[in-house]
Design a protein. Structure first.
Length: 209
């Protein structure tokens, strides 16, 4: 009697154990299946990510900022820009000319108006207005430029700068006419002068008759 009652209980316990074991296996299978699905999905995701072509980023367009223009200043508050000073050109120094003599006739007169057949004397001033002394030179006086030769000719050995000398020459007109008299200094061009064009002086004379 007791043995008969105990047998169903044992069977029930075994059945419960088998059911729990079966349930546990099902849970394990489900977990393993989920893991497999997760691993497969992750592998697929990683594979598709690696094989996806890389897209180069498009360059962003550069937008140039507009250059701000200067606003005109009001006329009342306008400020003038400082003027750039013009450089002063360097002046080339003028070379100082070498000092030279310059002889000319500074005086020309008669002791009295010439008269036909009467002796007279002409007075001639010779002056050196140059900055250098003149060496020796000849001077002449002609009672007429149409004569074949001079009346007087003398030599002056030297003449200082800014200095002069008075020379004289006597003469007599034998007839009446219009005479062009002439005095010349440095006749032979012995003196180097700053002006060679002022060595001759002429003057017309009409003797009294």
């Amino acid at each position: 009697m007791d043995n008969e009652n105990q047998t169903p209980a044992s069977d029930n316990a075994s059945a419960n154990i088998d059911k729990k074991t079966s349930d546990n296996k099902s849970i394990v299978y489900i977990i393993i299946s989920l893991l497999i699905v997760l691993v497969a999905g992750g592998a697929y995701f990683m594979g598709t990510r690696k094989t996806k072509p890389e897209v180069s980023p498009s360059p962003s367009p550069v937008i140039e900022s507009p250059i701000p223009s200067e606003s005109p200043s009001p006329s009342g508050s306008a400020t003038s820009k400082p003027k750039t000073p013009t450089p002063t050109p360097t002046q080339t120094p003028t070379p100082t000319p070498s000092p030279m003599a310059d002889l000319y006739i500074s005086e020309y007169s008669f002791d009295h108006p010439p008269k036909t057949g009467e002796a007279f004397t002409v007075k001639i001033g010779i002056y050196n207005k140059g900055n250098k002394a003149a060496g020796g030179f000849w001077w002449e006086w002609w009672d007429t430029t149409s004569a074949p030769t001079y009346v007087c000719r003398q030599r002056i050995d030297s003449l200082v700068a800014h200095g002069g000398v008075i020379v004289t020459c006597p003469d007599t007109y034998g007839g009446w006419a219009r005479y062009t008299t002439k005095a010349i200094v440095d006749v032979a061009n012995e003196v180097q002068e700053s002006d060679e064009g002022n060595n001759t002086y002429t003057q017309e004379v009409i003797p009294i008759h």
